[in-house]
Design a protein. Structure first.
Length: 559
């Protein structure tokens, strides 16, 4: 079988002062024509750097050695040594890339259609009229609704899944020989994720594409890849046919990646985590889901939401007055008992984050009521109850001030609410919290960029706990983490629930995560609750068609 890509002894190093860090360490592999190959590994394993090296998109600080041989009609080219003019003719033309975050990959000042047309004009030499017609045809090909309308819309006017489809349309527009998809479904909800994966497979077969996909989700690979490479600390530690590697993994690291994923048979047990590339079983020192005794049968109601409606302006006139409203949350009622974790699950746009924001009064409801401990929460009383309710957001990096040291970020709300008296006592409390979330005391004086994504999320949890809240909202707080980091954060939340006795609403698009962490579940669709019940009942015996669809979208579901 012909090789489209042949990487030989590739190494990537970065110099920081006198220190030299090897990010990719002497790897070799090939990608066969018309095959779907996946590179799997945790954040920091070197997989994305490997993909970026194929198009020479690495920062200037990187030192790259080895060979990256690409074969097309013009023969074999070593991309690492080819001339700039040749490289520019390959990028976006013979080798295309779908990036992880379409919002940052697309130009916010250009309409979606013009961005695709621009590529067609540059590489195929089409005139503007033909480029527009071809772009609309591509939008139809990737199954975008109302392709002509999407052509004239800006990226912020379409959903995340639609933006990713625009990126795929742009990538396949010039009929590339090789398509690189770098984490194309990260942080997308399971329904959109499934649609994007099915679309990639369909495009690969229709256009006879060779695809190299980068992902941290090993279960995702099972549904789409022909061959899989597993990377750890810059090295390829296992490779082979996807079905063989996933069903009969040989390396301990591959086994650990598979074991870290929440599943039906792991509810109530600590998830295995990765330590130095090996699976580590956590001792079940905490009772996560204790059975209630007869004396404890009567649950104490902590949070009560009744007929809550949240709406946003859908269209404004030139004076800024709302002409029409979009209802994000439509007369929703739910309750959370003390010391209970309740899950709220649904796809993007269903209104679950708007509901979470309404609880914290970050958005003002149109109607309905929210009560905490029997006291009404309103915009006017938010400052009184602010310390009682805390939120852990989806993106920990944007949640932390980049110029504020971690210790100061955690102490800041303590100072605002005048907690724990002196500065020395607050520092002592902060160091204690950092240690409780698994970070060392020297983290106190470091900045957010000096931590990994999983560590930053731990910091955000510590900051929320600093207020000693009675209720917490976790909004997609593990959705962008790789499976091993996700397992660590889920274990941490379970442990802290026991030690701090907090109550929480856990919001996610991933039903397997929601099932694992929650006592009860609410399923949300189009702003309304369509099903609710015990976590096991919802996961194992869903009654609503939409809940069954969500479960069907979970790759590798063994529940």
């Amino acid at each position: 079988m012909k090789k489209i890509l042949d990487i030989q002894h590739l190494s990537i190093q970065f110099k920081n002062g006198k220190q030299l860090t090897t990010a990719v360490d002497d790897i070799s592999f090939s990608v066969a024509e018309n095959q779907f190959t996946a590179i799997v590994g945790e954040s920091g394993s070197g997989k994305s750097l490997t993909a970026l090296s194929i198009l020479q998109l690495l920062p200037s600080a990187a030192t790259v050695t080895g060979r990256v041989l690409f074969s097309d009609a013009d023969g074999v080219q070593d991309i690492l040594t080819c001339a700039t003019k040749k490289l520019l003719s390959l990028r976006g033309n013979r080798i295309a890339m779908v990036f992880q975050e379409p919002m940052t990959a697309l130009n916010p000042l250009m309409t979606c259609g013009k961005q695709v047309a621009e590529v067609l004009v540059k590489h195929l030499g089409l005139n503007k009229a033909n480029a527009k017609a071809k772009a609309i045809e591509l939008f139809t090909d990737v199954e975008l609704p109302q392709p002509s309308d999407i052509y004239d819309r800006y990226p912020h006017q379409i959903s995340g899944g639609q933006k990713q489809r625009v990126m795929i349309a742009m990538a396949i527009g010039c009929n590339p020989a090789l398509l690189i998809a770098d984490e194309p479904t990260t942080a997308l909800d399971v329904v959109v994720q499934k649609n994007i994966i099915e679309l990639l497979k369909k495009m690969q077969q229709k256009h006879q594409l060779t695809v190299l996909m980068i992902t941290h989700d090993i279960d995702l690979v099972a549904t789409i890849a022909d061959e899989v490479l597993v990377m750890y600390k810059g090295k390829i530690i296992e490779k082979g046919m996807a079905s063989t590697v996933l069903k009969h993994p040989l390396h301990p690291y591959t086994k650990a990646l598979i074991a870290c994923k929440p599943s039906a048979n792991k509810k109530g047990k600590p998830l295995p985590i990765l330590e130095e590339g090996m699976m580590s079983e956590i001792e079940n020192t905490a009772i996560f889901f204790p059975k209630k005794t007869t004396a404890e049968k009567q649950d104490k109601l902590l949070l009560s939401i009744r007929d809550l409606t949240v709406a946003f302006p859908a269209k404004k006139n030139i004076w800024g007055k709302a002409m029409s409203m979009h209802t994000a949350v439509n007369k929703v009622s739910l309750y959370v008992n003390q010391n209970e974790i309740v899950g709220l699950v649904g796809e993007s746009g269903c209104g679950k984050t708007s509901l979470g924001n309404a609880i914290l009064q970050l958005v003002e409801p149109v109607s309905g009521s929210i009560e905490l401990n029997g006291k009404l929460l309103t915009k006017n009383t938010a400052h009184i109850w602010g310390k009682e309710i805390q939120m852990v957001f989806q993106d920990p990096y944007s949640s932390l001030h980049p110029r504020l040291k971690i210790g100061d970020a955690i102490m800041e709300p303590m100072k605002v609410h005048r907690l724990f008296g002196s500065a020395s006592r607050r520092k002592e409390k902060t160091i204690d919290l950092l240690e409780q979330v698994g970070l060392s005391s020297d983290s106190f004086g470091r900045y957010p960029h000096q931590f990994s994504g999983g560590q930053r999320q731990r910091i955000c949890i510590a900051r929320a706990l600093a207020m000693e809240p009675s209720f917490m909202v976790f909004d997609e707080s593990v959705s962008a983490l790789d499976v091993s980091m996700q397992a660590q954060v889920l274990n941490l939340i379970n442990e802290l629930k026991q030690s701090h006795q907090f109550t929480a609403l856990f919001i996610s698009h991933d039903l397997s995560v929601i099932h694992y962490i929650s006592d009860r579940i609410y399923v949300m669709k189009s702003g309304e609750i369509v099903e609710t019940g015990n976590a096991n009942e919802i996961f194992n015996n869903p009654q609503h068609e939409y809940t069954r669809e969500l479960i069907g979208c979970i790759t590798g579901n063994d529940g």
